[in-house]
Design a protein. Sequence first.
Length: 458
Amino acid sequence: MSKKIIIEPFKIKTVEPLHIATEQEREQYLKNAFYNPFLLKSSQVTFDFLTDSGTSAMSSAQWAALIDADESYAGASSWEHLWQSIHDLTGYPYILPTHQGRAAERILYGYIGKPGKVFISNTHFDTTRANIEFSGATAIDCLIPEGSQPSLIYPFKGNMDIEKLEEIILQHKAENIGAVILTVTNNSGGGQPVSMKNARDVKRICSKYSILYILDCCRIAENAYFIKHREKEFEHHSYFDIAKEMFSFADGCIMSAKKDGLVNIGGFLALRDKKLADACTNLLIITEGFSTYGGLSGRDMEALAVGLKEVFAPGYLTYRIKSTTYLGEKISKKGVPILLPVGGHAVYIDAKALYPHIPVHEYPGQALVCELYKKGGIRSVEIGSVMFGKYDEQGKLIPSKMELVRMAIPRRVYTQSHIDYVAEIFDEIIADRNNVKGYKIIEEPEFLRHFTAKFQQL
Ligand code: F0G
């Protein structure tokens, strides 16, 4: 096997300056943002790892397609291109374009969800859960136990627990199950992949009880990479064929195209069943737009039609997964406790293990997020008790299970020297770990507090 360095499989045509502030300036910016990096301006950030969603760099082919777009209200040729691209990949006949993933979730889960209905997923992403619960239905996570042990090496930590899935179905009765949703890769569980065997097993259970089976497929190309390299049966398959096979088991899918669609906005819902698709199309027209554009412009649809093909290129996917792993393994070797093995789109750091002297009610994850910004201009996101913490009746914090920090890597945006620089910042993080103090919340909204909460350093 070649030991050659993995290079970025592109050259750069348009550049955007990086904003580099001094550490002193960053201290001030952070103070002004009340120690919440969501409140920073992007011009104050050097490396933005807040999300991999909508942050991809488009290719010259995508930009060229943009110019060619047809902005007709109905029946635009850009819609034909997008329809064909999605149909070739998924095989589903009914395709509904939306402005992003959660719009497709609202349409489908808002239609089939209601009080008494239960949805089961390996792990519901926040917006998925929110849309299900907003309909009055219940969302139950059903991840294999290996999936929630941060340091355990296991090839498919995103898998659904099949035995438990059947138990939950029997307990709630099949007719009350709204859908089974398989999220690939499992974002909330660390970007961990789901195996083809698992996707097939979910199909077997859904068929046995006649339950709707939906793929949340926003990172399905990244998932296909892991299947090819970890599941023997697929070592000679193309990434595209692996994804196609996974779609073949399900009854439909929801995609936030802002991830593996390689675009800055877009999404879709695709279904096999005409009756369900007709009902969803009515809702689409009421809230998103006519059925041949949803919430998208012609140029958005053109860019996505191209992106959905580009994302499966072997050179791209190898670079993508290897570069995420490169950052994770590099900082892991320095002694930074991370979630292992490294997933597809992000590196997750275990802040509780990094800062054992900071109790959970002083938010070790928030402390790390602030340190990364101060020391390196790196913006990351806390996924711990700031995001998921609740209060009991006495006002005492009920902490989250884990105190993680996510560094999500935008696609095709940063080079290896950027990533090397980011890894170097962790030398300072490690050297200074015992001096870092926790935070307290001084102001917070009622819902989704991590976006706007204000903090004070202790
Ligand atoms: N499903 C998954 C698995 C996601 O990761 C996301 C978004 C959505 C659905 C919703 O899609 O944002 O287009 O409405 N995840 C982003 C993230 C926000 O940062 O992980 P959307």
